[in-house]
Design a binder for this molecule. Structure first.
Ligand SMILES: *Cc1c(COP(=O)(O)O)cnc(C)c1O
Length: 356
């Protein structure tokens, strides 16, 4: 990418040497810089890269009251050759743009998002971990900043990108997750905001998730909001099944978040000529297929872990168990392929990697 003209105010006090890259947690340590872009008078102003730090706000700022905000979650990886790769920036921008549209946030221009991110990662490239499978998690966020308790779309916004070095999800081995349905709760309804990345979705999932965890499960298996039968997502990941010799995932029906990892898996399946279907899967059907030993693998897919194998699903009086203390062979194939692409070891489709 060409040299950008973004103004950079460098920190005088890098915190890089305070970070223990061998023991990284998820999203608790932040790199030296952040991107800031302000929207006012009907336009986005010049982006700036600033030292990561506090942002002053008034308590009446409308985001805090009505949640007019959008975020993304993506990663940069370091190659053996020391180059740094931002994974699927275009696809993430597309989703970010759609999310903004849904909650009336003015579109952050594509070049501001992309160049801003590239320049920020370039500025903080020492923060991209060197160990394989660790990465720099990138969190773009945009939110309303009008001071008003009136419920209306804000006239002022701020867009930030912050970065957090994160560890290998599987540093202590792979423990398949245990899921339960929560019949009294739904994650998202058709016509709502379940198909965009807006903060309210996650606030609403906390109570059922906490209850599920008290019951001994890792995450909630979300069912559709109308019939409470069709499987939609697992926690904040998309869900995949291997049924017989076919990879199956629910279609993007309007209440499922269109995951970039989900998309990567389907694109790779297509390119490899694997059998795959996007079709509704009801929980009853899953129980019956499981009784016929047709359910070979179940896994969640998302940026944080790439793939999380599912060991158990609890639903009312049923338990579906997938005997495994590892990833199944299909999950493993996708995991190796995607992490290989992210680290520049496996050839990727055009536009998946932004190398800097
Ligand atoms: C972010 C997210 C996913 C996964 O999306 P990726 O782009 O693969 O990280 C799935 N479901 C929900 C609800 C999410 O918020």
């Amino acid at each position: 990418m060409s040299q950008s003209t973004i103004e950079i105010k460098r920190t005088q006090h890098s915190r890089l040497n305070e970070i223990d890259f061998d023991n990284l947690t998820f999203g608790e340590q932040f790199s030296d810089h952040m991107l800031e872009v302000r929207f006012s008078d009907g336009r986005w102003h010049e982006p700036q890269i600033l030292p990561y730090g506090q942002i002053p706000m008034y308590p009446a700022v409308s985001t805090l009251h009505y949640g007019q905000a959008v975020f993304e979650g993506m990663k940069a990886f370091r190659y053996e050759s020391d180059k740094v790769n931002i994974f699927r920036i275009e696809k993430h921008y597309d989703r970010f743009r759609r999310s903004c549209e849904r909650v009336c946030i003015p579109e952050v221009p594509e070049e501001v998002f992309k160049e801003g991110m590239v320049e920020l990662v370039r500025t903080d490239r020492e923060w991209v971990p060197r160990n394989k499978y660790k990465s720099l998690y990138i969190r773009p966020i945009v939110f309303a900043t009008d001071q008003t308790l009136g419920l209306r779309a804000s006239r002022n916004y701020r867009f930030y990108i912050i970065c957090s070095p994160v560890g290998n999800y599987y540093s202590e081995g792979i423990k398949p997750i245990r899921l339960t349905t929560m019949p009294k709760y739904v994650r998202a309804v058709l016509g709502g905001v379940g198909d965009v990345k807006v903060p309210g979705n996650y606030a609403a999932s906390l109570q059922p998730t906490t209850k599920a965890q008290h019951m001994g499960y890792t995450q909630v298996l979300w069912l559709d909001a109308v019939e409470h039968r069709f499987v939609e997502e697992v926690g904040s990941m998309n869900i995949f099944f291997v049924i017989g010799d076919t990879l199956v995932t629910p279609p993007l029906n309007g209440s499922i978040l269109p995951g970039i990892t989900r998309n990567s898996i389907l694109e790779l399946a297509k390119a490899e000529g694997l059998k795959y279907e996007e079709r509704p899967v009801s929980i009853e059907q899953l129980v019956s297929l499981h009784n016929k030993a047709q359910v070979k693998e179940i896994f969640g897919a998302g940026t944080a872990a790439v793939i999380s194998p599912v060991g158990l699903i609890h639903h009312e009086e049923y338990e579906i168990t997938i005997a495994a203390d590892e990833m199944g062979p299909v999950a493993r194939w996708f995991y190796d392929k995607i992490t290989g692409i992210q680290h520049g070891e496996v050839a990727a489709p055009d536009s998946w990697c932004t190398v800097i």
